[in-house]
Design a protein around this ligand. Structure first.
Ligand SMILES: Nc1nc2c(ncn2[C@@H]2O[C@H](COP(=O)(O)OP(=O)(O)O)[C@@H](O)[C@H]2O)c(=O)[nH]1
Ligand SMILES: [Mg+2]
Length: 302
């Protein structure tokens, strides 16, 4: 499937939700206030959250009615931020760390990333299974490694996750691999325990390779809407994050949550998950995001 079709299909439900609220406005020759109300409600329906909905509303309030559909898209684009590449090491291997709560989609994303940046772009990838608390977590990553054609470094059960990350980087150097993607655990006995562990993994990576980790991506579940925001806030300021991966944008009509998460973290969205398959992870593209999400609607002035 072409990338554009993936975006459209993934954001189908969100687009329909926005459309249901916006598309009749032209025919009814709605007043400015009715239109602004509809825009605000539509954005809340798509889980952008009240702050973003108000922000877009006030930006549109001064525009001529006939410009509103275009201004709506412009605002969403501005809020989505620019497309940003993932950071690379000057000298291989590059190390990328995935963090986030249980079920957010870290392991799946690690596997999809190995396919996207490995097999599809010709890089040699090592996947590090640093979630050593559950045997099933390593098995799940092993299946992805197989599918993506990547090497897997797995720890013994209960092995210190930081030492698994360290060994994976050492193996990548020995095997002349380009990229190490570290999958981590999402749940520990408490939040501080998790954050301490992630900090320790980061320091182990830095000992093994200069400048590592070159990315620390927070993986958040976009299908949980405003809960994604709470997930993000839990990590805010605790781990030095460099970017966001929003998964499951296809899962519900809550694609606007991406905007809310970006705003609260003030970090670039770098990747999005648009489905469960190996090829359903794509680099974030704000133009495709807005085009796929914003329905075509006209105003009586247009
Ligand atoms: N529909 C959809 N499902 C996803 C996506 N990413 C992950 N999932 C599903 O989310 C569930 C949890 O993913 P997992 O990678 O195990 O989460 P982890 O606990 O953070 O490692 C799995 O059933 C995945 O198939 C996505 O982009 N779209
Ligand atoms: Mg996992």
């Amino acid at each position: 499937m072409a990338i554009w079709d993936k975006w459209r299909k993934g954001l189908e439900r969100t687009r329909q939700a926005l459309k249901a609220r916006l598309e009749d406005l032209g025919g009814q020759s709605a007043s400015r206030d009715e239109m602004l109300d509809a825009v605000e409600e539509a954005l809340i329906t798509a889980d952008c959250g009240a702050a973003i909905a108000r922000e877009v509303r006030s930006a549109l309030a001064h525009r001529p009615i006939e410009d509103m559909p275009e201004a709506f898209r412009e605002e969403l684009s501005r809020l989505a931020g620019p497309a940003t590449e993932l950071g690379l090491a000057q000298e291989a291997p590059t190390v990328w760390l995935l963090v986030g709560i249980n079920g957010a989609g870290k392991t799946t994303t690690a596997g999809k990333m190995a396919s996207l940046y490995g097999r599809m772009q010709g890089r040699k990838v090592v996947l590090a299974a640093a979630d050593t608390y559950r045997a099933a977590a390593t098995e799940q990553l092993a299946i992805w490694a197989e599918r993506a054609g990547a090497e897997l470094v797995q720890g013994r059960e209960r092995q210190d996750p930081a030492s698994v990350a360290f060994e994976a980087i050492e193996q990548a150097k020995a095997h002349r691999a380009d990229l190490v993607i570290v999958d981590t655990a999402g749940r520990l006995h408490n939040r501080q325990g998790l954050l301490d562990e992630l900090g320790k993994i980061g320091r182990a990576a830095a000992r093994a390779q200069a400048g590592a980790p070159h990315e620390v991506l927070l993986v958040v579940d976009g299908a949980t809407g405003q809960n994604a925001l709470a997930q993000a806030q839990g990590f805010l300021g605790a781990v030095p994050l460099t970017g966001i991966c929003v998964t499951k944008l296809d899962g519900a009509a809550k694609g606007g949550s991406l905007l809310a998460v970006r705003k609260v973290l003030d970090l670039p969205v770098k990747l999005v998950g648009l489905g469960e398959g190996l090829e359903d992870l794509v680099p974030f593209d704000p133009v495709a995001y807005v085009e796929a999400m914003a329905p075509a609607w006209r105003t009586s002035g247009a």
